[in-house]
Design a protein around this ligand. Sequence first.
Ligand code: SF4
Length: 339
Amino acid sequence: MQSAEPLLQVTGLKVHFPIHAGLLGRQAGTVKAVDGVDFQVHAGETLGLVGESGCGKSTTGLAVLRMHALTDGQVRFNGEDISSPDRASLKRLRRTMQMIYQDPFGSLNPRMRVLDIVGEPLRVHRLTRGRAAYRKRVMELLERVGLKAEMAERYPHEFSGGQRQRIGIARALAADPKLLICDEPVSALDVSIQAQVINLLEDLQKELGLTYLFIAHDLAVVRHLCQRIVVMYLGRIVEVADRESLYRNPSHPYTRALLAAIPIADPDPEVQARFDPSLHGEVPSPINPPPGCPFHPRCPHAAPVCQQQRPRTMELAPGHTVACHLHDPEQAEAMARPQ
Ligand code: SF4
């Protein structure tokens, strides 16, 4: 059962970065990394945020954590507007929202023992009293993520990639967060290890009632874990649907191309027929995005109108929205015209 008010509500989020050039450092342009994004995550849910590298997913995650300033828009967390928090609110927020990073090698300080890495949030937020309670809590956290308590004395280089990611998860859990932003947490791991870490995240969610915003660059990883999926392209949302609808009835050409890239052991030909050919080329620069629909240079269905008009977001079914002229009744004639 989902609660009425989402745990996280993001409305009209924009994160733009100025580009400075020349000796005087004048602003020469703007990177529109996130350019008007709306979504919500309910308590206990896992929402997938999917798109290729450069689509603005990680920037969105960092903006939610308030590690990037918002250019515009609003972020509400647990009923509170956190768009411009003061220092005290920010510290409280950092406790309730934690991040699991992509790179289990780079995200752990190699000079710190696991005891101090996992215990860092306990110290910052003063969550334990005395050395014995601190050690006990770190050891509990290690065991909770499937590591041995005595590993607390070791250093990161003594662990495998999967174990390091478990250490990162233990650190994220230390402050008893409500929301975990998982930024490609398995993409740097071997396939066999990926499943173990995904299973661990699922178990932790059930045990601790956690909510996840799960960022991934392909639709294979989120398929198992996420109840709803948001597909982003060049700083904007192009499709939102629950898992079943997205995989059975992918409606944006970009979503269909992402699905075509997933190797499937036992493909359903009827479903496969709805996928578009795999993607060619790169995501264009967010400094100078294509006019109209930003996907048009790569879209096999692009019509002249796609180069001129940005598509509206249409609701195809409750909870399933798509931003593409192919689904807009007002553009039916324009999309039917020969190119
Ligand atoms: Fe393709 Fe046009 Fe739809 Fe954009 S609006 S995804 S270019 S068909």
